[in-house]
Design a protein around this ligand. Sequence first.
Ligand SMILES: Cc1ncc(COP(=O)(O)O)c(C=O)c1O
Length: 391
Amino acid sequence: MAAKRGAARGRKTGFATNAIHAGQHPDPATGAVMQPIYQVSTYRQPGLGAGWVHDYARTINPTRSALERNLCALEGGLEARCFASGMSAIAAVMNLLRSGDHVVVSRNVYGGTYRLFEGLLRQFGLDFTWVDTSDLAAIEAAVTPATKMLYVETPTNPVLGLTDLAGASRIARRFKLRLVVDNTFMSPYFQQPIAFGTDIVVHSTTKFLNGHSDSVGGCVVTTREADAQRIGWLQNSVGAILSPMDSFLVLRGIKTLPVRMERHDESGRKIAAWLTGRRKIKAVYYPGLKTHPQHALAKKQMSGFGGMISFELGALSHAKKFLGRLSLCALAESLGGVETLISHPASMTHGAVPKGERKRIGVSDGLVRISVGLEDPADLIADLDQALGAL
Ligand SMILES: Cc1ncc(COP(=O)(O)O)c(C=O)c1O
């Protein structure tokens, strides 16, 4: 689909301009400045064999295509394809592999990714080695002759560990692996993995890209022709497509991505600093803190630190009491919305990860993760403060 391709190539305009305009054209029928929702399953064709591009809406939908062009431009890829969820986007990427292939993967990834890899894909003959990808030597040591992919989440969910993208890309080149990066936590506004040599970027658009906690979706951005072809083929063949309404919502969300991310970042820094000073908090994980072991790397490969923070309360009973006392911050799965969401990774997002494995990667029973929203930071701090007072 040539119309989806390389919207970022040669582009001189800035990110905020691209977020609003890239891949968008006024509706040819009415001039509508916002991409209409094409709530349609099929299209009347002008004649048999006329080569009509819009043949069936699983294969192509104008609302989804507009979002795909936009995401392709923002990540600087060759082609983007949108899926029904972040997980279906990740599943599509894994379908590039064949039985017998081996994957080196960040040991701390979203729990659903762990569940998909270990609970389903292993059954189809894929093999996974979980390593601390913040250690480039550990990545290299895990590569075998069967390794075909290096799958990285950076920063990781939920302990905010970083992988050196340029270093990971060098290893991927040397061993001829596809480097896949889940860029959900930073969004393309703060991190551009393709610029560091990443081959494929995945997102849960459910999070910062959509930004309003009212849509579930995912996307895959490819950089190589063969991968673009295959992901497009998989999108059509498996059929886990993003709906027209969801495509519209994500497209609308992206238009304010830069302003939202700036505010997530500003408030994230304030709240991380405040949490750091609290006696009842044993540790704070946030790449923007000077105490974060990879703060220098964060400054090198990210242009902001975002609004995701995790902190250690020391025990499940403390986490339970604290979460029960909050009123403005919502105890909820997910992240990246305008409202502040707070979760308990061990029992929520990472419930599918076995306890021993959780312990190894630092997801303790006392760990709490906050997705700092766009409310007044003083109000958020007041809420966190009164809940901490209960401990
Ligand atoms: C980093 C990351 N990747 C992927 C996913 C999966 O996305 P979805 O829930 O849209 O399927 C999530 C969900 O929380 C996530 O946090």
